[in-house]
Design a protein around this ligand. Sequence first.
Ligand code: ZN
Length: 243
Amino acid sequence: MDVCGNCNVDRRSFLATSAATITGITAIGIAGFGSAAHAASLTQADRDAMTPDDVISLLLAGNDRFAAGNLQPRDFLAEQRTSAGGQHPAAVALTCIDSRAPLEVICDLGIGDAFNARVAGNAVNDDILGSIEFACAAAGAKLVMVMGHTACGAVKGAIDDVELGNLTGLLAKIRPAISETTYSGKRTASNPEFVDAVARTHVAMAVKEIRERSQVLRDLETHGKIKIVGSMYDLETAKVTLI
Ligand SMILES: [Zn+2]
């Protein structure tokens, strides 16, 4: 049931409900949609009402639902239909290609909620930077989230100096994080603690690199239009944490 005054769309509540709570607009009844509300993609008005911090909270709230086995019911075909004419994603993520770390699933996202640039080891390159610039400066995303994950094979490959075709050049982008990682234990790919420490360093370096190499994104962040943050996804606990 639509209880939202002038709403002519059934805004689903992954973002709407949480955004309403965060931005203090619960009075118009968005939070009252309940499970029947997950029938439309994110609108421009919904997205534009969010701050970058709102979007961070929404992603983390979605991950909480995922980790608790409590995903929002949603109608993907309704989201497909309502987004076909235009998209207004709230975030752009840079994530690894790892099959166990799909942002859309682990943060309980629907169609149209977020851009997701995936490359082994979530390494920055020119095309990724261009994609993130498009997402924020042209399409209006409020958050850039670099997400690494535990037990990352690309990080292990970089530590082991793996050489394989075009993968060699990709792993070279991760390698600087190894020497930047302070760790007194066994510094090998067989030590999960070291692998994860390098992955965290690599995420932090990617965030820094995005700021350094993109004046477009740097300016947007300086003016408070976006935030650029790093995070790690733990394959064991199913939890995303900011770093
Ligand atoms: Zn990975």
